[in-house]
Design a protein around this ligand. Structure first.
Ligand code: MSP
Length: 491
């Protein structure tokens, strides 16, 4: 038997100083869509997500909550994990950076990089914004102040260990050149190239003044800089340092999904780290935009976050999933607006999809003949185009193309006036429509798993899904009890 293709997809690991909001759900949702798509393709899929717990943000948040850092991060990690489960995210592994297996992998990774001669001790003299808990460079400053907190940063002097990232500049630029789909979308790729050429320096990877974090092996009293340990989660989450076999099975990652604010870390520092450790680079890094509210980034500090769990109490989860994927071209920013969500529910989910399923099933239920005929609707199904969009991670366009097919099915009913047909003519029309619904139920699965299951149940089809079944065959289902898929949202 030919061996299955593997597909390893990751999300960023999330800071635990807050619970998930719609922005963080978004990255994870797209990863879920990709994972489910590859599962129905028959691939050997691994989908990793998790939490980034060694940050100073954890310390501050714990202090505020009056808890020890350990108990705070434990509680928050559970909240993140449960929230994702609640949102039907089908992750295979949830990695926490305070876990022993992660630490083990970080030490193993560090050993390799150190052996390569890429670690050196130096003095860090630079700007430090205490409120951000981050080092800033001169170019970050606006009128000599931190651009976020509008205060003058301190000058900080620390004895740190550095990673010689600059050594890999040329190799990295060459790799990016040779692999045009390594960094997507294209406009981000250009930004990365510019950054590597003009601003990429060695980075300080240890901290002298912090206590919370993974102990730095070369000097007591120092801990790893949180970004250095966090990036390594993509390796430790699949066994690096603790399950070599599993690691070999899935690395390199096929897709890292990230938001645009963490591009430099993922597209410059991370690949440099991997080159130093003699590990393969990920195949694709796709950078998406931000969800905004009235034009401003959705974030805790601005107090404009949308809670996906609260939203789920008001709208069906699959409708939210549909909306998030469909609303913005993947890679761009987009404004979140509940009115737009309602419009899409009432238009696309109730009218297009819901009506189609309801109409076909009511006709099929009464029909006593057999559902047989010649495929007439199949030609409107552009499976190649859908696959093309999914291969290019344009989940929004894939969904749009599926909708083109759904609309064609409705058009078919109207143009043929199927409700007026009888006998073999009706049998033929219903054959076409039922097979279309069966195919639609497969294609919708990655985006709206519950809806897919509901459609299949009404058609009396088995649960197992396979993308290769998206061709018209003999209809082998059985018409079961009808169920409304989506209810109209009244204002
Ligand atoms: N912990 C780091 C990532 C380390 S990965 C090795 C981090 N965490 S985060 O919780 O701040 O952000 C995680 C992801 O959520 C990022 O990809 C970020 O872009 C995304 N989003 C946060 N707010 C967002 C929006 N308003 N809209 C879309 N995505 C957003 O960075």
């Amino acid at each position: 038997m030919a061996s299955r293709k593997k597909f390893y997809v990751t999300t960023p690991i999330y800071y635990v100083n807050d619970k998930p909001h719609l922005g963080s759900f978004y990255t994870t949702l797209v990863a879920d869509v990709m994972a489910r798509w590859h599962r129905i393709k028959g691939d050997d899929v691994f989908f990793l997500t998790g939490t980034d717990e060694n940050s100073q943000k954890s310390v501050e948040a714990a202090k505020k909550a009056g808890k020890t850092v350990e108990s705070y991060v434990n509680e928050m990690a559970t909240i993140w994990k449960d929230t994702f489960k609640n949102l039907n995210i089908s992750f295979d592994e949830f990695i926490r950076t305070t876990e022993e297996r992660h630490k083990k992998g970080v030490y193993e990774f560090f050993k390799r990089v150190n052996k390569k001669g890429d670690i050196y001790k130096g003095k860090y003299v630079g700007y430090y914004c205490v409120r951000c808990e981050a080092f800033l460079t001169k170019t970050d400053l606006v009128e000599n102040k931190c651009p976020i907190h509008k205060v003058e940063p301190n000058i900080l002097e620390e004895e740190n260990y550095f990673f010689r990232a600059s050594r890999y500049k040329d190799e990295l630029l060459e790799y990016i050149e040779k692999n045009p789909k390594f960094i997507l979308p294209e406009k981000r790729r250009e930004e990365v190239i510019k950054y590597i050429k003009t601003a990429m320096n060695d980075i300080s990877i240890s901290r002298q003044t912090q206590e919370w974090g993974i102990e730095f092996p070369l000097e007591k009293g120092q801990v790893f800089y949180v970004w250095f340990d966090a990036l390594i989660n993509y390796l430790t989450g699949i066994g690096f340092g603790w399950d070599e076999e599993k690691f070999k099975r899935y690395w390199p990652a096929d897709l890292h999904l990230i938001g645009k604010d963490i591009t430099k870390f993922h597209c410059a520092i991370w690949p440099a780290m991997l080159l130093s450790a003699d590990l393969e680079l990920p195949k694709h890094i796709y950078i998406h935009g931000f969800w905004t509210v009235k034009g401003e980034k959705m974030s805790k500090s601005l107090g404009n976050v949308v809670d996906p769990i609260k939203l789920k109490e008001k709208y069906p989860l699959d409708a939210i999933r549909y909306f998030l994927v469909r609303q913005i071209p993947f890679g761009e920013d987009g404004d979140f607006d509940e009115e737009a969500l309602k419009e899409r529910i009432n238009g696309e989910l109730v009218n297009d999809l819901g009506n189609l399923v309801w109409r076909v099933l009511s006709l099929a239920e009464k029909f006593t003949g057999s559902f047989e005929g010649t495929p007439e609707l199949e030609k409107y199904l552009n499976l190649e185009k859908i696959e093309f969009h999914m291969e290019n991670f344009r989940v929004d366009l894939a969904l749009q193309e599926i909708w083109n097919f759904i609309r064609q099915c409705n058009k078919y009913i109207n143009e043929k006036e199927v409700w007026k047909l009888s006998g073999s003519e009706l049998g033929n029309a219903l054959y076409n429509l039922l097979e279309s619904l069966r195919v639609i139920s497969i294609l919708l699965y990655p985006f709206m798993p519950e809806t897919s299951e509901k459609i299949r149940k009404q058609l009396g089809l088995e649960k197992k899904l396979d993308l290769r079944d998206c061709v018209f065959k003999k209809f082998e289902g059985r018409i079961e009890k009808r169920e409304i898929l989506f209810k109209k949202i009244e204002n």
